[in-house]
Write a protein that binds this ligand. Structure first.
Ligand code: PLP
Length: 400
């Protein structure tokens, strides 16, 4: 099938809810993607923070193939060794609690919402079901995740949202304090907001938020779906901001591209999920778990996180150097390999030009260009990406 045929078929038979570039990828290797004509593209989006070990990582491919040949699915009515092992690995790598497996980020948040409400119900009785979220948050597209997503553009035409969600402004600790009433069971927070454009909290904010939550008996739920799995140079971004959440949600890079999500909660919270309270047919699928175990092995190999930090600094510095010579890049920010450039112009045309020139980057918002390369990206590939970006940025934006 040619790329043009794939595009025509997609347009004819799939719903139009995605705005797709007219490019058809047929193969990937490391940080590189190849289209149907064999043209290479440096992938600085990684399937939106999913291909954390790059494409076709040999250890992941081996794990998937071996597990697929042994056992693909049995349901959660039984025990499966790879799932059991992954639960242990995730618990040890995060907060030491217990794990619930699902298939995506929004499902992980959905489970965390149910967990928080049930925890409050079991401990405080009815009425303490409120959930506080931050303006600009993104927690998914199902009704729970969507209700927690405080961006009106995603709600339009889909109302009513679930009751019980309150939004506070980013960075305003007093507003958070006020919102955390005795009707609230949880505060959901992304350690760095991803979809709204790599937005960071002010220094100290997350620590103060943690103190507020602890003081008021409110669960601190860290949505680490985009920031977790080593993205910022530690397993969880929460570590970099010195907080210990009660509940963590994970997905995206967890199985390097296979659909898997997870919620990790400290034991006392996890205990409220008794048989019948929640479940998933596919959650914790053996093939996905085998891939995730291979991912964990690589993440926990010696020097891996240090390398992410080093490469992240190189990307940030390289972008800052470009920004210093231009009039249209306002600010460059990020932690580890989660980086954004705030532009004074529209980013979509820039992402399209990068794509044409063989670099995949993402226009996260109208004015934020986002970089989420595989964590295995090389320094040479970072330099190459910066060269391509420099070459395609509008000529009139260079300082004279
Ligand atoms: N939470 C965060 C922080 C995300 O970035 C995303 C996806 O971008 C989600 C939740 C939803 O994940 P999924 O698309 O796997 O449902």
């Amino acid at each position: 099938m040619t790329g043009a045929e794939a595009i025509a078929l997609t347009q004819r038979y799939q719903m139009g809810n995605y705005s797709r570039f007219p490019v058809t990828f047929v193969r990937g290797e490391g940080s590189w993607l190849y289209d149907d004509l064999g043209k290479p593209y440096l992938d600085f989006l990684g399937g939106i923070a999913v291909a954390i070990l790059g494409h076709a990582h040999p250890a992941v491919t081996r794990a998937i193939t071996e597990q697929a040949g042994r056992l693909v699915h049995v349901s959660n009515l039984f025990h499966v060794p790879v799932q059991a092992r992954l639960g242990e690995r995730l618990s040890v790598a995060t907060t030491g609690g217990k794990v619930f497996f699902c298939n995506s980020g929004t499902e992980a948040n959905e489970a965390a919402i149910k967990l928080a409400r049930r925890w409050a119900f079991d401990h405080h009785g009815e009425g303490r079901h409120g959930i506080v979220v931050l303006e600009g948050s993104f927690h998914g597209r199902t009704y729970g995740g969507l209700s927690a997503t405080a961006q009106p553009k995603f709600h339009q035409g889909f109302e009513p949202m679930l009751p019980g969600f309150a939004t506070v402004p980013l960075g305003d600790i007093d507003a958070l304090d006020e919102a955390l009433t005795d009707r609230v069971c949880a505060f959901f927070v992304e350690p760095i907001q991803g979809e709204s454009g790599v937005r960071m909290h002010p220094p100290g904010y997350l620590k103060e938020a943690e103190t507020l939550c602890r003081g008021k008996g409110v669960l601190l739920v860290a949505d680490e779906i985009q920031t977790g799995m080593g993205r910022t140079g530690s397993f969880l971004a929460s570590e970099r901001f010195d907080i210990v959440p009660d509940v963590v949600t994970l997905a995206k890079g967890i199985a390097n591209g296979l659909p898997l999500g997870a919620v990790v909660a400290r034991d006392e919270v996890a205990a409220v999920f008794v048989p019948g309270t929640h479940g998933s047919t596919f959650g914790g699928n053996p093939v996905c778990c085998a891939a995730a175990l291979a991912v964990m092995d690589v993440l926990e190999s010696a020097g891996f996180y240090d390398a992410v930090v080093r490469k992240g600094e190189r990307l940030l510095e390289g972008l800052s150097e470009i920004a210093a010579r231009r009039t249209d890049i306002r600010i460059v920010r990020g932690v580890g390999l989660m980086v954004g450039a705030e532009m004074a112009c529209e980013t979509k045309p820039i992402a399209a030009k990068c794509l044409d020139a063989g670099l995949v980057v993402n226009a996260a918002t109208e004015n934020i260009l986002r970089f989420l390369p595989p964590l295995t990206v090389t320094e040479g590939e970072i330099d190459r990406a910066l060269e391509i970006l420099s070459a395609v940025l509008p000529a009139e934006g260079w300082k004279s």
